[in-house]
Design a protein around this ligand. Structure first.
Ligand code: CTP
Ligand code: ZN
Length: 160
């Protein structure tokens, strides 16, 4: 390896192959990789080339998940929702095997049009075309229309 790795993924112990072009979502909280895939709308049926590592050793945290998506870059909306379930994640853009861009996700103040309210009586879930809007809290999200708060299971609110 040509530089120091600190996550125990030197070439000789790399668990998930390097990708050529695409996005590596690294330092995902252990156990959240499948939710990351759900947020990205990836279920494998479109032939997407994806590698997933779950609960692999990491120095920053005891264990981490990692998701590598070949041939795809993420939208800001997707990164915003990712930040809710993987607040410490790093987004690495890879081109021709090199990491050309790396940034930490940031929790937005508000997410619009990405999550759907679990409240069946909420105006955003009726027939009217009202775009969902949630305020991001320390420990969850709050619907701006009906004030419903969701703490766990944010991934289950993802509009697919
Ligand atoms: N990676 C990859 N394919 C590449 C290049 C990098 O899958 N062609 C992965 C690495 O395995 C690592 C992540 O992308 O999980 C970030 O790569 P790099 O910045 O080289 O690693 P670190 O320095 O360990 O990253 P950090 O400091 O963010 O932990
Ligand atoms: Zn609502």
């Amino acid at each position: 390896s040509d530089h120091d790795h600190h996550d125990g993924d030197d070439d000789h112990e790399l668990r998930v192959s390097k990708i050529r072009d695409g996005t590596v979502i690294d330092h995902v909280r252990g156990g959240q990789a499948l939710n990351v895939l759900a947020i990205l709308g990836i279920d494998g049926t479109d032939g997407e080339e994806v590698s997933v590592g779950m609960n692999v050793p990491s120095n920053r945290f005891a264990r981490k998940d990692i998701v590598k998506v070949e041939g795809r870059e993420l939208s800001q909306d997707e990164v915003d929702v990712l930040s809710l379930i993987a607040p410490d994640a790093t987004i690495n853009i890879v081109r021709d095997y090199d990491v050309v861009e790396k940034h930490r996700v940031e929790r937005p103040d508000v997410v619009e049009g990405v999550l759907s309210c679990p409240n069946a009586g909420c105006i955003t879930t009726g027939d009217e075309p009202v775009t969902s809007r949630f305020t991001v809290l320390e420990d969850g999200v709050r619907c701006s229309y009906c004030e419903r708060i969701v703490r766990e299971e944010i991934a289950s609110l993802i509009d697919t």
